[in-house]
Design a protein around this ligand. Structure first.
Ligand SMILES: [Cu+2]
Length: 471
């Protein structure tokens, strides 16, 4: 029914699946066949097979949902369902998502398109889909109880509206939200402009991803849904470093990255080696007068920020959330600070009781990156990622923008590690460093110490009522 083979190039990962059994055969005939995705890899951009042309986005560790045209309407079929998401190599989580993965697939349309989205609920509880940021008829807004009845398990609802303004949007349930978002139900939506737009620049690469967070106990696989703030996995599109793909670009490409935040806290997103402009928010493209160069931009809860830069410096540039505990993976949070403590004696005493006891943290936590300490099955290491110079000691919300001279236009594949030109890498000094000498001279620029108070300061206390001296 769909012509997905035409535009997905026979990608073996994508399979048709039957809709919920409760939908009758007659109803089925009207539904586009749902398409599901079985891998967490970054899929190539989905070139539009028809309709108005646009430069498609690339979803980091994700994919774009194919559609069919039906009498001038773009039809999509989302299936809300439990999924197993590989969050990093060796670590799988039981999440809820759409069409086989969490987050769900990106939906891409063009300004002015009439869009019909079939939503089939295969979850054990009711759901809805809210189209975050869109202009649409109130009854299509997807708020359970307020604008529609909930979609009961096994049922399919139809949403239909015109994508009225170009921009970057998100979708997520508006029913039992805390549970369903804690379980990973969310996705991205991009509406491309229908014509040249004064505030929407043409770019060579256009990446999208969602910030999300989970609380999964080490050794388990299902998020704790009652967690409100103390999440332990900070992810991009439900992937954690080193499971997050790099953003691979060609030298001098214009690059756009659209970042949506559906966690319960803000994330200052920081790019190394380049300055960027924030060119858009959920409200649409930003007026040029509001744009300033930045290297970090905060993405608050429920917000989308769209950044753009010219990738004119070759290398493997770190790109990450600047909250340092968001670039770590799950651990016990209750580890005390032991830096500077020599606790050999304590360790010796404990070893008498617990033979496998291991001391951690007396030289900092970096050892955790390399340590071959046994961890429970199905647990991501806290700080890891093997780089060309050793452990990167990162986890969570961390990846790289890889800028390469030889990257082909439209080639999103990973070029491997950067080969630094000779003499451009920080190096170790031969021989011992000179002794430290303490600076004695305050220096010419220092403020001279004039009118120093007397060594022994005598405090004069004037008792109340003993008279005023003129004021
Ligand atoms: Cu963060």
């Amino acid at each position: 029914m769909t012509n997905r083979r035409n535009f997905l190039g026979g990608a073996g990962a994508i399979t048709g699946a039957l809709a919920a059994a409760s939908v009758s055969k007659v109803a089925m005939a009207a539904l586009p066949e749902p398409v599901t995705q079985s891998t967490p890899n970054t899929m190539p951009p989905l070139m539009p097979p028809g309709g108005r042309p646009y430069n498609p986005v690339v979803t980091l560790n994700g994919w774009t949902l194919p559609w069919r045209m039906n009498n001038g309407v773009k039809e999509f079929h989302l299936v809300a369902e439990p999924v197993v998401r590989e969050m990093a190599p060796g670590f799988k989580a039981n999440l809820w998502g759409y069409n086989g993965q969490s987050p769900g697939p990106t939906i891409e349309v063009v300004e002015g398109d009439r869009v019909r989205i079939f939503v089939t609920n295969k979850l054990p509880e009711h759901t809805t889909v809210h189209w975050h940021g869109q202009r649409l008829p109130n009854g299509m807004d997807g708020v359970s109880g307020l604008t529609q009845p909930p979609i009961r398990p096994g049922k399919t609802f139809v949403y239909e509206f015109v994508a009225r303004r170009p921009g970057t949007f998100m979708y997520h349930p508006h029913a039992d939200e805390m549970t369903q978002m804690a379980m990973g139900m969310m996705g991205f939506w991009v509406t491309h402009p229908k014509a040249e737009h004064p505030l929407i620049e043409k770019v060579d690469r256009d990446f999208v991803f969602l910030l999300n967070a989970y609380d999964v106990e080490p050794g388990s696989a299902t998020p704790k849904i009652m967690t409100m703030l103390d999440f332990n996995l900070w992810s991009w599109n439900s992937r954690i470093f080193p499971g997050i793909d790099s953003l691979n670009v060609r030298l001098n490409d214009k690059v756009r990255i659209r970042i949506g935040n559906l966690t319960m806290t803000n994330h200052p997103m920081h790019l190394h080696g380049h300055e960027f402009l924030v060119t858009g928010t959920d409200g649409g493209p930003s007026p040029k007068s509001t744009r300033q160069y930045e290297v970090t931009t905060d993405v608050a809860v429920g917000q989308m920020r769209q950044i753009e830069f010219l990738a004119d410096e070759e290398g493997d540039w770190a790109f990450h959330c600047h909250k340092s505990h968001h670039t770590m993976n799950a651990m016990g949070h209750d580890v005390p600070t032991l830096i500077g403590l020599d606790h050999k004696d304590v360790a010796r005493q404990i070893t008498n009781l617990v033979p496998d006891y291991m001391v951690m943290g007396e030289r900092g936590m970096a050892d955790m990156g390399e340590m071959e300490m046994p961890i429970p099955d199905n647990t991501a290491r806290m700080m890891t990622g093997e780089g060309p110079f050793g452990s990167v000691e990162m986890g969570g919300m961390f990846s790289m923008v890889k800028v390469r001279r030889n990257q082909k236009p439209g080639d999103y594949s990973n070029p491997g590690w950067f080969k630094h030109p000779k003499g451009t890498v920080a190096y170790e000094l031969d021989g011992p460093a000179p002794e430290t000498s303490r600076q004695r001279d305050p220096g010419a620029a220092a403020m001279p110490a004039r009118n120093m108070p007397a060594k022994n300061i005598e405090v004069q206390i004037r008792k109340p009522g003993s008279g005023h001296s003129g004021h």
